[in-house]
Design a protein around this ligand. Structure first.
Ligand SMILES: NC(=O)c1ccc[n+]([C@@H]2O[C@H](COP(=O)([O-])OP(=O)(O)OC[C@H]3O[C@@H](n4cnc5c(N)ncnc54)[C@H](O)[C@@H]3O)[C@@H](O)[C@H]2O)c1
Ligand SMILES: O=C(O)C(=O)C[C@@H](O)[C@H](O)[C@H](O)COP(=O)(O)O
Ligand SMILES: [Zn+2]
Length: 367
């Protein structure tokens, strides 16, 4: 496979390089003015990170910081420890951060880079499917608070993203499957060919050594790039398109479920359930046809993702959805589909429909 450079335009343009074994491309992206590099990686991935670390150590003074795995890393105390380490090592504005890991690592590392000295260069090296197709691209960074997911953060675009598909070879199957949550989301909101590819051969779609997964990765990244270039800071779209909020399809309920589960459920799994929830809500509100609504559960299930959830009551989930960033005052707002790849904003749906969609989501086993 030859490398592909997907360009992200805008005021701070950069490339997302997709290929295999890309570590030696890092110095070219970091540039010659950088002296020190903070290498923020999931500590459990130290062995996998070795080729990248070797390349960095050849050219820079490297401060390697091993971080907790998963969602636990998206916490204020972890960010604080990174800031202290950067201060101790004398990091200046011409130095840089490189992140290496899944979306939790790129979110935390991106946030540290965005806030240190009010912003230093960051390059993301995503190592999960989810981080490749979504978290590492577009500049959203963030950590969680007691009230909910990603409530503190900033927009800070990377100087580049290295998507080394070889890193997926060590990724546990359940993490690959979780990444498909965001891939399939992209299919529903913008690129139905993704859905056709997954439906045609679900096993091939999640085979990290095959040819279908790279195409899905590239298609999903292209969806994300097109959206963020048009509306980087989520201020709104034009011509009836919701803008960047479209990438939040399924996330209003997904984030509420993750919070209810104490962040033990994988994000991509929650997104799959959340997309099925909002498809039912859209159907009940007269937006979406029965067939497209039903296709949600069918595609997510085909790759092994969950589509129902009954672990928390309606009132708890509703309260959590109220602090979603799309809310305005007391008005809940959702991204829904008017049809395949036709996203619109639904403002203030009726509580009757919110609850009816919840009842369907519980699959009859309401908590
Ligand atoms: N900023 C954004 O735009 C954006 C977009 C989507 C998701 N997110 C965030 O991303 C996070 C989820 O990311 P995720 O699904 O990548 O999970 P994750 O970062 O928690 O990683 C999952 C697990 O896989 C391990 N892992 C990572 N790469 C590996 C590899 N190659 N081999 C073996 N193990 C590996 C990690 O160490 C971790 O234990 C959530 O916090 C979500 O909110 C952010
Ligand atoms: O990039 C975006 O914009 C997204 O909404 C992508 C989502 O998949 C991602 O989970 C994001 O972190 C959610 O953003 P939030 O603003 O709801 O925290
Ligand atoms: Zn997401």
């Amino acid at each position: 496979m030859t490398d592909t450079a997907l360009h992200v335009g805008g005021p701070s343009p950069y490339d997302v390089l997709v290929g295999r074994g890309l570590a030696d491309r890092l110095p070219g992206i970091l540039g010659s003015s950088v002296q020190r590099v903070a290498f923020l990686h999931a500590a459990e991935l130290t062995e996998l990170a070795k080729p990248v670390l070797d390349v960095l150590r050849a050219d820079y003074d490297v401060l390697a910081l091993g971080l907790p795995s998963g969602e636990a890393t998206k916490a204020a105390d972890v960010a604080f420890q990174c800031w202290e380490a950067l201060g101790d090592a004398g990091f200046t504005r011409s130095d840089a951060v490189v992140t290496f890991g899944g979306g939790a690592t790129t979110d935390l590392g991106g946030f540290v880079a965005a806030t240190w000295l009010r912003g230093v260069r960051v390059v993301h090296v995503p190592t999960t499917l989810l981080a490749m197709v979504d978290a590492a691209v577009g500049g959203k960074t963030g950590i969680n608070t007691g009230a909910g997911k990603n409530l503190v953060g900033s927009f800070h675009e990377p100087a580049g993203v290295l998507v080394d598909l070889d890193t997926l070879l060590t990724l546990p199957r359940e993490e690959l499957v979780a990444g498909m949550g965001e891939v399939v989301k992209c299919g529903f909101i913008a690129d139905p060919v993704i859905l056709d590819l997954v439906e045609a051969d679900p096993a091939a779609a999640i085979d990290p050594a095959g040819a279908v997964l790279p195409e899905l990765v590239e298609r999903s990244i292209r969806v994300k790039i097109e959206v963020v270039v048009a509306d980087l800071k989520e201020t709104g779209g034009s011509d009836g398109h919701p803008g960047r909020e479209v990438l939040n399809y399924g996330h209003t309920m997904a984030h509420a479920i993750e919070r209810a589960e104490g962040y033990t459920m994988r994000h991509g799994e929650a997104v799959a359930i959340g997309c099925c929830y909002v498809a039912e809500l859209a159907r009940l509100e007269g937006h979406l046809d029965d067939e497209t609504a039903a296709r949600h559960a069918s595609v997510f299930r085909a790759v092994g993702l969950p589509t129902t959830y009954s672990g928390a009551g309606f009132d708890e989930l509703l309260a959590a959805m109220r602090v979603d960033k799309k809310s305005r005052g007391n008005t809940l707002r959702f991204i829904v589909l008017d049809g395949l790849a036709k996203p619109v904003v639904l403002s203030g749906p009726s509580e009757e429909h919110l609850r009816a969609a919840y009842d369907l989501m519980t699959g009859g086993g309401a908590a």
